[in-house]
Design a protein around this ligand. Structure first.
Ligand SMILES: [Ca+2]
Ligand SMILES: [Ca+2]
Length: 120
């Protein structure tokens, strides 16, 4: 997927590990079109310790978190709108494709458009 990360204003890095001096850093993640970028994290790092930090990207419109946007996702979003019990991820904002801060029929339409555009 090509995600990268950086500390403070440093260079973008693809490596999964790095040696750094002890300090407080702002860890940021690169943007990938169509994916929700993980929030930046303020972290204090100790050069003698190992810290595991995971940034989770979410595909916009991917209601069932299988990294594909297809009809199943559209149906899931429609179920939410009609009050059917669901097990959506916590971050419903990845389903807000119309970027209006709420889940609605416009998001279902957007998911459908994305499916049509990608030829699935
Ligand atoms: Ca999906
Ligand atoms: Ca919306």
């Amino acid at each position: 997927m090509g995600a990268q990360w950086k500390l403070d204003d440093g260079d973008w890095q693809s490596a999964t590990s790095s040696m750094v001096e002890s300090a407080d850093y702002l860890l940021s993640f690169s943007q990938i079109p169509g994916w929700r970028t993980p929030d930046s994290i303020e972290i204090g790092l100790d050069e003698k310790a190992t810290e595991l930090i995971i940034g989770q990207y979410y595909l916009y419109g991917d209601a069932d978190s299988n990294e594909i946007v297809d009809l199943a996702d559209m149906i899931k979003i429609q179920q939410v709108l009609t009050g059917v019990p669901h097990d959506l991820p916590d971050n419903l904002d990845v389903l807000d494709l119309s970027l209006d801060g709420a889940l609605g029929i416009s998001d279902v339409i957007k998911v459908f458009q994305n499916i049509s555009d990608s030829g699935n």
